[in-house]
Design a protein around this ligand. Structure first.
Ligand SMILES: [Zn+2]
Length: 173
């Protein structure tokens, strides 16, 4: 017997689990990253370790978060992970992860070189947002919504930075 996403949400609304998610959209948004996405029913205890397919052993996660979720026979780890890493803001989690990934790949914070540059920072902000919309739209066309991983997002940030630097005659490190 299978359960629906709404049944899983209904079960956990009744059982306090201290998550920072909005239960009214929890049937359609990932409980970890908050993105609207096609959700997978992820077992708290894996089936191969005796976990059942009932609502009390399932949470709703997007494909990317399922891939990062702990798979352990002790259910406390999945809950600890979810509480520690879930995002209360919708649709920003993976951008922030991409920002962190940029630092790992390039060894510096993105857009840092603009701090000291003689440009109007308010208009730079607006330019940055406009470029981001363009760049993310391109990636979505290529890879499908909800599938950008942090390293791809880091590349998008690098492209935005490059365009801004060109436009304002700033040399990137
Ligand atoms: Zn997710």
């Amino acid at each position: 017997m299978s359960v629906s996403n709404r049944q899983i949400v209904a079960y956990w609304v009744e059982h306090e689990v201290e998550l920072v998610i909005d239960w009214s959209t929890a049937h359609e948004r990932c409980w970890r990253c908050g993105y609207r996405s096609s959700l997978k029913q992820c077992p708290v205890v894996p089936a191969s370790m005796g976990g059942t397919g009932a609502a009390d052993n399932l949470v709703l996660l997007c494909g990317r978060c399922v891939g990062e979720a702990p798979s352990h026979q002790d259910p406390q780890y999945l809950w600890r992970w979810l509480r520690a890493t879930s995002s209360s803001a919708n649709e920003t989690y993976w951008t922030l992860r991409g920002w962190e990934e940029f630092e790992v790949i390039f060894g510096r914070k993105p857009l840092e070189c603009f701090k000291e540059a003689p440009v109007d920072h308010r208009s730079l902000d607006a330019e940055c947002r406009a470029l981001a919309a363009d760049e993310f739209a391109k990636t979505v066309v290529h890879f499908g919504e909800g599938r950008l991983n942090p390293s791809t997002i880091a590349c998008v940030i690098a492209e935005i930075e490059k365009k801004l630097a060109d436009r304002h005659g700033i040399e990137l490190p």
